[in-house]
Design a protein around this ligand. Structure first.
Ligand code: CDP
Length: 240
C-alpha cells in the first residue's frame, strides 16, 4: 500500500483487470478436497489459491492450554514459499502470526465452543498462490472447511475487502491495487447476524470513505456468502 497515486489503477470506471469499481474477482469454491482431515475446502479468488483443513474437536495438549468451559479454535495461516513473487521464507513470520490470531478470533465467534470443553479445533490454511486479499480468501475457505467437518456453528464467517485506489472506493483489491492503492479494509462478517468479526485498515481514509468502504466490503461479503451457500447445498446433495 504505497499510496502512489501516479499509477493509473482505474480509468473511466474500469480497473486494470477490467472490473467495475464494485465488482468482485471471480471466485470458485470446493468442499471435501482432502481425505485425511475431518473437513476441508479449496477456494480460488481471482489469482489467490487457498486450501483449508480442519481437525477436531480433539483433546488439547499440553493440558495447561485447555479451557475447561470451551473449545480453543486454533488457526494456522501459512504462505507456501512459491505463493508469492519473491520466495517466501518458510515458517511463521509476524504477518502470519497476526493473521492467524485475528482469524482464530473471528471463527471463535461462530463455533459452538461451549459444546466441547478442553478440546482444540485446528484450522490449517495454506496459501498456495497469493494475489492480495489472502486473509479474506483464507478465512472464507476456513469457514467452509469447518462446515464440511460438521463442526457446530451459530453462523458462517465470510470475508471481503474494499479499499481506495486513485481516490475511488473499490471492492476486493487485486495485487497492483493493493501495492499501489491508498487504502485496504478487510472485513469479515457473520452473514446471518451481521456482526463484524474482523476489521482492519491499511492506509488512510476519511470518515465518509471509510463508511463507504465498509458498506461495500459487507455487500461484497454477502455476495460471497451466496456462493458459499450454493457450494454447501451442492455438497450436501452429493452426500445424499
Ligand atoms: O493477502 P492480504 O491482502 O490479506 O495481506 P497483505 O499483507 O495486504 O498482502 C497483500 C499481498 O502482498 C499478498 O496477497 C501477496 O500477494 C503479497 N505478499 C507478498 O508478496 N509477500 C509476502 N511476504 C506477503 C504478502
Amino acid at each position: 500500500m504505497s499510496g502512489n497515486t501516479d499509477m493509473k489503477l482505474i480509468k473511466n470506471g474500469v480497473r486494470l483487470d477490467g472490473r467495475k469499481p464494485e465488482e468482485l474477482r471471480e471466485i470458485k469454491m470446493e468442499l471435501g478436497v482432502l481425505k485425511r482431515p475431518q473437513g476441508s475446502a479449496y477456494v480460488e479468488w481471482g489469482k489467490n489459491k487457498v486450501i483449508a483443513a480442519v481437525y477436531g474437536p480433539r483433546e488439547l495438549h499440553p493440558k495447561f492450554m485447555q479451557n475447561p468451559t470451551k473449545a480453543v479454535v486454533r488457526y494456522t495461516y501459512n504462505m507456501a514459499p512459491f505463493s508469492v513473487d519473491d520466495r517466501k521464507r518458510p515458517g511463521p513470520d509476524r504477518r502470519s502470526v497476526e493473521i492467524s490470531k485475528i482469524s482464530s478470533e473471528a471463527l471463535t465467534a461462530v463455533v459452538e465452543t461451549e459444546d466441547y470443553p478442553n478440546t482444540v479445533i485446528d484450522v490449517f490454511v495454506e496459501v498456495l498462490q497469493a494475489d492480495a486479499g489472502t486473509r479474506c480468501a483464507a478465512l472464507t475457505c476456513a469457514s467452509l472447511a469447518l462446515a464440511d467437518a460438521g463442526v457446530p456453528m451459530k453462523d458462517m464467517v465470510v470475508a471481503c475487502a474494499a479499499g481506495k485506489i486513485n481516490d475511488h472506493i473499490v471492492l476486493d483489491l487485486g495485487k497492483e491495487e493493493d501495492n499501489f492503492g491508498q487504502a485496504d479494509v478487510p472485513v469479515a462478517i457473520t452473514p446471518l447476524s451481521k456482526d463484524i468479526v474482523l476489521l482492519q485498515m491499511d492506509g488512510k481514509l476519511t470518515r465518509d470513505e471509510y463508511s463507504k468502504a465498509l458498506n461495500l466490503a459487507v455487500d461484497g461479503a454477502m455476495q460471497v456468502y451466496e456462493m458459499m451457500k450454493k457450494t454447501l447445498i451442492g455438497s450436501l446433495n452429493r452426500k445424499e
